[in-house]
Design a protein around this ligand. Structure first.
Ligand code: ADP
Ligand code: TRP
Length: 324
């Protein structure tokens, strides 16, 4: 099976990204699958318009994914823009895209409501995403719940294209990541770079600890029983602790006689245990930027040759080039 997913370089990676997406990408890296993971730098242009910022987020995300365990011997890891054919396919697909289909996309409306300037790229975004998926004949596309509608658009466009020009595109199955519920941020809302409430994957351990110790909790006194299911500290703890330890904390919350400070301290300890090896690899990669660049370039070449093969068929089927 070919697995494909993209990551926008639009901010610093945080543990919400790790538990919500990255961990699943790692799990899918196995003998049976051929994984294509890419950095969606064209997509990020819809929100990041400073060139140096886009560049540095792209580098950070590349190092970040390698640091947590994307293995370039097992996966094709590349930059979206190293396969420029994807923009060509996006245009061709846009000519079989009904306007109404894009007008119904909620992520466009939500982003505009959150204050993002409504440029055409933002509106066109799902078509480019469909091109990303279809150009590599992908079967499985692991994404979070928020991307479900974009996968439906992709399937619709593949079917429309095939009906118009013949069976050329593979209609992918969605693989929605549901294993992890939404990871809460330090303020209890969804952890997101736009809310400034994240635990970043590669910040120093001291900063992580400080942020955790400052999580706002309710004012239940130490001796009183507490509700684990309404507590950000417990929700985060259950992600990093073993099942058995999580169960023990659940009981300690319910029993009372435990202060939030204790739970926070353990949360900081376990979070830093998880992140320390990632940080070390990340720092190593910062000192080896040529190595990272080589991986991306090599991945880009492999991905591009797959894309070019499909594009030959697409160009002929659409009458853009003459049948040989
Ligand atoms: P952000 O909300 O910080 O902008 P992105 O939209 O770039 O994050 O998310 C990239 C991936 O990480 C997506 O697949 C998304 O589903 C996942 N993700 C982001 N934040 C969370 C979270 N708080 N909980 C679970 N998954 C998340
Ligand atoms: N839109 C996705 C996100 O915000 C990123 C993305 C771009 C993507 N192209 C893709 C995901 C192709 C899966 C497949 O998370």
């Amino acid at each position: 099976m070919r697995v494909l997913s993209g990551i926008q370089p639009s901010g610093k990676l945080h543990i919400g990204n790790y538990f919500g997406a990255m961990r699943q990408y790692l799990k899918l890296q196995s003998e049976e699958n051929e994984c294509f993971y890419f950095i969606a730098n064209y997509h990020a242009m819809t929100s990041v318009q400073a060139a140096d910022e886009l560049q540095s987020y792209t580098d950070e995300v590349a190092r970040g994914y390698l640091a947590v365990g994307i293995n370039p011997d097992k996966s094709v890891f590349f930059r979206q823009s190293d396969v420029p054919e994807v923009c060509e396919l996006a245009w061709i697909l846009s000519c079989v895209t009904p306007m109404g289909l894009l007008e119904r996309c909620v992520s466009y409306k939500e982003k505009v409501e959150h204050g993002l300037r409504p440029n055409h790229g933002l509106f066109f975004y799902p078509v480019l995403q469909a091109a990303d998926i279809l150009i590599y004949n992908s079967h499985i596309v692991p994404v979070g719940q928020d991307q479900k509608q974009h996968l439906e658009v992709t399937r619709d466009l593949a079917i429309k294209f095939n009906n118009t020009y013949g069976e050329i595109l593979t209609v992918p199955d969605p693989y929605i990541i549901t294993a992890t519920a939404v990871v809460p941020g330090l303020d209890g809302r969804k952890m997101s770079k736009s809310y400034n409430n994240t635990l970043e994957l590669f910040e120093p351990a001291g900063r992580t600890k400080k942020k955790i110790m400052r999580i706002v909790t309710d004012s239940t006194p130490v001796e009183a029983p507490k509700d684990p299911d309404n507590c950000t500290v417990f929700a985060l703890l259950s992600l990093v602790a073993s099942q058995q330890e999580t169960q023990e904390w659940r009981e300690r919350y319910r029993r009372g006689g435990m202060g939030y400070g204790e739970a926070k301290k353990r949360l900081a300890e376990l979070t830093n245990e998880l992140l320390d090896p990632f940080r070390r690899r990340y720092d190593e990669l910062c000192r080896n930027s040529d190595y990272v660049e080589d991986i991306l370039r090599e991945g880009g070449k492999k991905a591009r040759s797959v894309a070019q093969e499909l594009m030959e068929k697409v160009r002929t089927a659409t009458g853009i080039t003459k049948q040989k």
